[in-house]
Design a protein around this ligand. Sequence first.
Ligand code: AMP
Ligand code: MG
Length: 335
Amino acid sequence: MLQNTDEDIARAGAILRRGGLVAIPTETVYGLAANALDGDAVAHIFEAKGRPQDNPLIVHISDLSQWAALVREIPDRAMALAKAYWPGPLTIILPKSDIIPDEVSAGLDTVAVRFPSMRTAQKIIDAAGVPLAAPSANLSGSPSPTCARHTMDDMRGRIDAVLDGGDCNFGVESTVVTLATEVPRLLRPGAVTPEELREVLGEIEIDEAVMGKLKEGVKAASPGMKYKHYSPKAEITIVKSTLEAFCQFTEQMKDKPNVFALCFDGEQEHIPLPCVTYGRESDALTQSHRLFTALRELDERGAGVVYARCPSTEGVGMAVYNRLLRAAGFSVMKL
Ligand code: AMP
Ligand code: MG
């Protein structure tokens, strides 16, 4: 484990430069980084994570000036968006330049780029001296890691190093928007909300995969959104209901073994099941911060079946609902 010191950041940079893999902290989640311009190094990311080959990676930069070399051109609306929300938890997709290896774009002709705001992440990119391709540093399918310990739990023995930069600020992955389409399209919700995107871009479309499951035969605009994902071992069902109806429903389950509730702070005393909480009902930012930790805690406590209280889908809540929906393998019930 590397620490958040100048010496260890230099070590991380050296490992990355010679084609190695280092898990790094960012303000969203921990990323599993490799030199984005080295196709062989990037191929090792897919091996370490067990990631499907058709799921492209986000390229991370530490200065706006590094963007131009990665894309065919930067249209005005893309620059306006970057000026508004970079550095920060927003990923922008544009047609790619020739220096992006196919391993990064998974064969697509576009590339996703992000300029993270976390100072440590910027320093690691600087130390590497190259842009870094970095998907979340979890085993494919499991919840994204939001601290060094969760990263270690998944990546021990599979990569060269983890750099411990403390807990991630946001705790869900970046907002992903494509500007490679005529009308900008939100592919993955995150801490930068649809309202904030509209302030700069005007009209945007929300991809079908954001709030639901893609229909059979429809090609995913963002390949990552088609998978069951972010998922603990337990079988999760999202329950759309009032707290009262939720309590009545779970009353029938209380004598069954390993049935848990995933609920909001303050609800534990009303719900007749063992509970894991993930923030107050009205506080989407805290929910985004705690959701993945809560999912891992359910595993640690041996949960087999989980009924989850449904978050609001407003603002940052859209990102929370999107991740929980995938953790639940799209299983939703209404009371
Ligand atoms: P992760 O790096 O694990 O946060 O996942 C990156 C997400 O961005 C996945 O959902 C990818 O499918 C999506 N993504 C990355 N590059 C592209 C691209 N060029 N076009 C569409 N989606 C992309
Ligand atoms: Mg991921």
